[in-house]
Design a protein around this ligand. Structure first.
Ligand code: IMP
Length: 426
């Protein structure tokens, strides 16, 4: 398969980074098509833990190209910091990173406006990562966005900043503790970034299409998770982009028919950072145990993640949106020592079965998850590398999940290390 995609099937943090890292061995290019530095992909290689926020995971494999496509929004300061960290770890970023000239730029006023809107929403906060994501995407849609290519036309760029400040400064003056922002300061700061990122900037649409035509193997890396997709997720408790496979054509500039295979990633339980309905949430000691065993704290913000049982209803919905061919099941080791393990197989509301995933948050919040229960296993499984060596109850659980989802589970991971993965036959 020349063009593949890895997509998260829950609310993010499914372990996509480690799955992508394994696949980068057999691809030429890894490309990000949506999101910004709100993402946090953690990859553990021997004694080093890498937390990638903006740069595709391919950067960790020497010689592989990493592309930040047009659908990604780029905070240049964050990008430069990530480049510096990777180079300090001995990785060759300058030969391998490409950044789209059409990608939109996260500006300082995006973060300030986001803080203000979270404040104003008070009771209905989204609990964003605070990286300016949704205001930046909103500006893209309102034609007030600033793209990377604009940074190289000083007159245009200054005019764009002036227009944005004319719109935003009155709001910031009234609502933001930081007050109004200065055109000169922003222009000076960003022109400096523009020079520093210049060597990476190019037409990634031309680059990717030429690569695909030449038969290069491309892997698209989804950030966040399907249930945070701005169109299909639990709106308004979502992120500003299309985190499903639907985001690839618009976010990378390739034709939809090019995507030949989709690998869905999921954990055998559910986590969610931030607000929004969560039908299988566990707010008790079992949820705390999942959080502690799974080290479920945000890679970007360090916030404790909300934890609950696997929600097969949400996962099946997510799988339909992206047309998932195979599944990578991560974090199975986290479930060791639980006496009983639950999976939601259906929702009911007022005693009625819900046939479709509800659109309204209140409707989803009122759904009752119908659970199927499995016996757990007592032994730790982190050292196991062959599927048939897993405890019987672990295999019964994996195979039951596979049946519920009707798609093969190809790999099962049993720890965060590159080597802690079990490949199944077939
Ligand atoms: P934003 O993307 O910062 O606007 O945040 C919107 C919602 O998506 C918040 O609930 C965040 O916690 C959540 N979110 C954003 N990025 C990630 C991620 O990479 N993993 C998990 N949740 C995320």
């Amino acid at each position: 398969m020349a063009v593949r995609c890895v997509v998260g099937l829950q609310w993010g943090d499914e372990g996509k980074g480690r799955v992508i890292d394994l696949m980068t061995d057999v691809v030429d290019i890894v490309a990000r098509y949506q999101g910004g530095n709100n993402a946090g992909h953690t990859v553990v290689i021997e004694d080093n833990t890498f937390k990638l926020h903006l740069i595709p995971t391919g950067i960790l494999r020497p010689g592989k190209k990493s592309v930040i496509c047009n659908g990604v929004i780029v905070d240049p300061a964050a990008l430069l910091e990530e480049i510096a960290q990777l180079e300090a770890a001995g990785l060759d970023v300058s030969s391998n990173l490409l950044v789209s000239d059409r990608a939109h730029v996260v500006m300082p006023y995006h973060k300030a406006i986001e803080a203000v809107s979270e404040e104003i929403r008070s009771g209905a906060k989204n609990d964003t990562t605070g990286r300016g994501i949704s205001p930046c995407y909103a500006d893209k849609a309102s034609y007030n966005g600033i793209r990377i290519c604009d940074l190289y036309d000083e007159e245009l760029f200054r005019r764009q900043v002036r227009t944005n400040l004319a719109l935003k400064n009155p709001v910031l003056k009234q609502w933001s503790s930081g007050g109004e922002m200065s055109e000169d300061a922003i222009v000076e700061e960003y022109l400096g970034y523009a020079q520093q990122i210049r060597p990476y900037v190019c037409d990634t649409i031309a680059y990717l299409n030429q690569a695909i035509d030449a038969g290069k193997r491309v892997l698209f890396e989804g950030a966040q998770g399907s249930m945070l997709d701005v169109d299909f997720g639990t709106y308004p408790y979502v992120t500003g982009s299309n985190a499903t496979v639907c985001g690839i054509p618009a976010g990378a500039g390739i034709a939809p028919r090019n995507v030949e295979e989709v690998l869905g990633v999921l954990k055998p339980y559910t986590t969610r950072v931030g607000a929004g309905p969560f039908p299988t949430e566990l707010t008790d000691a079992t949820g705390d145990k999942l959080r502690e065993r799974g080290k479920e704290y945000g890679a970007t913000t360090g916030r404790p993640r909300r934890c609950g049982w696997l929600d097969a209803v949400a996962v099946r919905y997510a799988m339909k949106l992206s047309g998932v061919d195979r599944i990578a099941l991560t974090n199975l080791d986290v479930l060791s020592t639980f006496e009983k393990i639950g999976v939601a197989t259906a929702y009911t509301a007022q005693g009625q079965a819900q046939e479709h995933f509800p659109a309204a948050p209140a409707q989803l919040a009122s759904c009752e998850a119908q659970m199927k229960w499995f016996d757990g296993w007592t032994e730790e499984i982190t050292e196991i590398r062959a599927y048939d060596r897993l405890p019987t109850n672990a295999r019964v659980f994996v195979e039951a999940v596979e049946q519920m989802l009707c798609v093969p589970i190809q790999t099962v991971s049993v720890g965060p290390e590159r080597s802690q993965v079990i490949h199944r036959e077939g």
